[in-house]
Design a protein. Structure first.
Length: 180
């Protein structure tokens, strides 16, 4: 796979998306395996699975990935990290559920709760609102809320399945964010 993905980057993206859609297809607010979103509000110290950053210390939408055989979800301090992990294509995960926060109702600077099934969401790419990693994908449960956000903060509204690996590159979001 890695040989193909270096010559044909689109193959990597499509393979990752196909894997993701295949393993997450049974997902809903309460997934077919009985999964429900886990609150990150329960106590201090919830950290990001990729970089160890404390979720409560940063603005913008958070995410969680529930994986078969693991008692606790993988939390992400930013939706860009979640999609990067899902679309990576190098790592096969037995995903049971994927949740993001609804930024149409959650407070941007200190988001708490408001989890929903990420597959049914709408995302704003390229807005002026930054998450923990700089540029982020603002997540919304309703298309109307996503469009209102984009009208205020700019950006393009996308459906879950329209997000590609090149939109969630982790090689510079934080470096371009002068606030960090």
């Amino acid at each position: 796979m890695s040989c193909l993905s270096s010559k044909f980057p689109r193959v990597r993206q499509l393979t990752g998306l196909a894997l993701l859609l295949g393993v997450v297809s049974g997902c809903s607010h309460r997934s077919s395996t009985g999964n429900i979103p886990v609150s990150i509000d329960a106590g201090p110290g919830a950290s990001c699975a990729l970089d160890g950053m404390l979720l409560a210390d940063y603005p913008g939408p958070k995410a969680q990935l529930q994986i078969a055989g693991q008692a606790a979800p993988w939390f992400f301090c930013d939706t860009v990290e979640l999609f990067h992990t899902l679309l990576d294509g190098e790592q096969a995960l037995a995903v049971q559920a994927v949740y993001v926060q609804d930024m149409g109702v959650a407070e941007w600077t200190e988001p708490r709760g408001h989890w929903f099934d990420a597959r049914h969401g709408f995302y704003v790419l390229g807005s002026r609102q930054f998450g923990s990693m700089g540029p982020t994908l603002a997540s919304f449960q309703s298309e109307q809320a996503a469009r209102a956000f984009a009208a205020t903060f700019t950006g393009k509204v996308l459906r879950y399945e329209e997000i590609t690996a090149d939109m969630v590159d982790l090689s510079g979001g934080a470096r371009r964010d002068e606030r960090m």
